[in-house]
Design a protein around this ligand. Structure first.
Ligand code: SF4
Length: 242
């Protein structure tokens, strides 16, 4: 069974290569990290696990299908597997069911776990965590993920940057992975967190952080790096179901 925190959408994807496109989110519960600025603690902390449903692949598919079947014209959409860390769970059956129904499936993960179904995905977004998270990223795992996902439509590495130490961390990512075919993204840190999933964000503060990051990336000469704010947070404030 798969622990599911929420299935929701369609919403606009706010991050990474599919930013601006509609997607349905499948958010699994549980994570092997505890980032200090995690904005989905309701899907991470064991004390919140009572709100997670333990579902079969078929039940998750049905939940997605109930949403997707209401899309006008019957259009197919991206399905985003997120968390928590979705790579911790057996999602191969679900991925195949969704793809058989005509959807494309992408994942967002910090890359700590490389599941044997990684090669099934249509999109791969890896977010190794910088020093400000309090966690330690494993670049070898990122490399394994990139290889496992080599047949995907896109592969991306997306790094949250809160300060100069994070910028230095991204410099190491850039040095190691800029020559891979993965797209590189940085995004400013969103410090507005809540275990309950309701965020009270200061958009002007977020845009000031974005502006600082734009200047920093240009100053470094990283012309191949996408600098993106979290569009969904700017649009809707982020948090549970957004
Ligand atoms: S890896 Fe992601 S979901 Fe897990 S604690 Fe860090 S920010 Fe939260």
């Amino acid at each position: 069974l798969i622990p599911i925190s929420e299935v929701f959408g369609p919403v606009i994807q706010g991050e990474g290569p599919a930013a601006g496109l509609s997607t349905i989110f499948v958010r699994t519960g549980g994570c092997d990290y505890r980032c200090v600025w995690c904005d989905t603690l309701y899907a991470v902390l064991p004390e919140n696990s009572e709100s997670w449903l333990r579902m079969t692949s078929e039940a998750v598919f049905d939940a997605v299908d109930a949403i997707a079947s209401k899309i006008p014209g019957g259009a197919k959409t991206w399905i985003t597997l997120s968390g928590g860390n979705p790579a911790m769970w057996p999602l191969d059956e679900l991925i195949v069911m969704l793809q058989t129904a005509g959807h494309r499936v992408t994942i967002e993960t910090q890359a700590s776990v490389v599941p044997d179904w990684a090669g099934l995905l249509d999109g791969v977004v890896l977010s190794p965590k910088p020093p400000s998270s309090g966690e330690v990223a494993n670049f070898d795992q990122v490399e394994k993920w990139l290889w496992a996902g080599r047949h995907a439509e896109y592969r991306a590495i997306k790094v949250v940057v809160a300060d100069d130490a994070d910028l230095e961390f991204f410099g190491k990512i850039h040095a190691r992975f800029a020559s891979s075919r993965a797209k590189l993204y940085v995004q400013p840190c969103n410090p507005y967190t809540s275990a309950e999933g309701e965020l009270d964000v200061d958009r002007l503060d977020l845009m000031a952080r974005y502006s600082w990051l734009c200047d920093a990336v240009i100053a470094q000469g990283w012309m191949d790096v996408h600098v993106m704010p979290q569009l969904h947070v700017l649009a809707s404030g982020g948090g549970r179901g957004k």
